[in-house]
Design a protein around this ligand. Structure first.
Ligand SMILES: [Mg+2]
Length: 231
């Protein structure tokens, strides 16, 4: 095993339980805006439809095809459209609420805090995240995660997003870390793992969903707890 000194973590869906936090947020939004009465049959249908549009728009955003302001509102506009609601004002209000409420949620994946407590006296920990700057910074503070990380690299600050090689090189430089003493830990095979690999950084794929794949990865775990055996 290499002697790692710097560990770069992804935030959303690796440490911060994005789906659970989003579900809680949507539940509040669904009630507040009386979406059932407006024609959205259930919270589950709303969430599923949103996820479809959000994933697609996020891929456009990562590719630089759309701006974050467009992504932020359009994902809700299209979701509402699918239920026959054509209301930009409502979509904008929901979009504002979503980015205000969701970062206040503090559900983390099992063993997150435990593993950060274990790792941070031994390694220099950093975050590399594609989320919106103000949203990610808020999440980090509200969930009391800031103390664990030396550097927080957001795609907005870097001017480039995962899986682009440049954001990883930017992160190495900001952390004053060498490639061969660095490790990237994330849940997204393409965005975190293949991205880090393209920059020459070793990787740990946190395969929560136990997906099958045939990519060559440095290490793979199914739970953050397993990191204790590796590091
Ligand atoms: Mg992630």
């Amino acid at each position: 095993m290499k002697k790692y000194r710097h560990i770069f973590f992804d935030l959303d869906r690796t440490i911060w339980d994005f789906e659970k936090n989003a579900r809680e947020t949507f539940s509040e939004i669904y009630d507040k805006y009386e979406l059932k009465q407006k024609g959205v049959p259930s919270l589950e249908k709303f969430t599923k439809t949103y996820k479809y549009h959000n994933d697609l728009l996020w891929s456009y955003y990562r590719e630089g095809k759309i701006k974050k302001e467009v992504l932020s509102i359009k994902r809700f506009k299209l979701t509402l459209n699918d239920f026959g609601i054509d209301d930009v004002f409502l979509a904008t209000n929901i979009a504002d609420d979503y980015v205000t409420i969701s970062p206040l949620k503090t559900n983390l994946f099992p063993h997150s805090r435990e593993i950060l407590e274990y790792l941070y006296p031994k390694y220099k920990l950093h975050l590399i995240t594609n989320g919106f700057e103000e949203v990610q910074q808020k999440k980090i503070d509200v969930s009391d995660l800031r103390k664990y990380f030396k550097q927080i690299i957001t795609s907005e600050e870097a001017g480039t997003k995962k899986p682009e090689k440049q954001i990883f090189l930017f992160a190495l430089s900001k952390a004053k870390a060498k490639i061969n003493e660095s490790l990237m830990i994330g849940d997204d095979l393409r965005v975190d793992i293949m991205g880090a690999k393209s920059a020459g950084i070793d990787q740990v794929f946190v395969n929560y969903k136990n997906i099958t794949h045939n990519n060559e990865i440095t290490y793979e775990v199914n739970s953050l707890k397993e990191l204790e055996d590796l590091l």
